[in-house]
Design a protein. Structure first.
Length: 203
């Protein structure tokens, strides 16, 4: 299995051999040094730890800096562990060459925050009548009975904060791999705003 940490640069488009237009998301993925390898016998699970995004050393604690320097890695903004990612060694550098066009991947990131939203936008509710005198155009309607059970059940879909949560988009197709510029072109959209951190894993 292949895995990398990357940064979403934005969306673009490429043209296939038959002339069809393919919308793609451009991801700057890697290079990601391996900073730790977890063993199932020693640690209880198998995983590989990668880092990405160089930053000034003064922005990290001494413990974080020591952990990265022990692996021969520079000061990095993001450190992520990927479960069951095969045999790797500390100090090894993973690049986009792990992936190939046509491969299916899953991309994880934090979705764009939409703020406090009503039920129509947040849960796709239908609106009320907009005839003269209506006071229920975008209101949520009834949320529970009155006398019995005399409370609102947990889990009722109501207005609230929308977005800003971790989302994983699955079965995305790799359209192009640019190893010279560390770029992955993935068909369609992926979670998060531009310049946000993403995790790319093979399916």
């Amino acid at each position: 299995m292949a895995a990398l940490i990357g940064k979403k640069l934005g969306m673009s488009q490429v043209f296939a051999d038959d002339g069809t237009r393919v919308p793609v998301t451009v991801i700057e993925a890697g290079p990601c040094p391996v900073t730790a390898v977890r063993d199932s016998e020693r640690d209880g699970y198998a995983a590989v730890q990668l880092c990405f995004g160089e930053i000034p050393e003064h922005k990290l604690s001494r413990a974080e800096l020591g952990h990265l320097k022990k692996a021969g890695a520079p000061a990095a903004r993001t450190v992520v562990e990927f479960r069951d990612q095969g045999d790797h060694e500390v100090g090894e550098v993973l690049t986009v060459e792990q992936f190939e066009p046509g491969q299916k991947v899953k991309v994880s990131g934090v979705a764009i925050g939409k703020g406090f939203q009503g039920t129509i936008r947040r849960h796709n509710f239908g609106r009320g009548p907009v005839s003269h005198g209506s006071h229920n155009v975008r209101a949520p309607g009834s949320i529970g009975a009155s006398a019995d059970p005399a409370r609102v059940f947990k889990g009722v879909r109501m207005p609230g904060r929308m977005g800003g949560k971790r989302v994983t988009q699955r079965r995305l197709e790799v359209v192009e791999v640019d190893s010279d510029r560390n770029l992955l072109l993935v068909k369609g959209g992926v979670p998060g705003p531009p310049n946000s951190t993403l995790e790319v894993r093979s399916e």
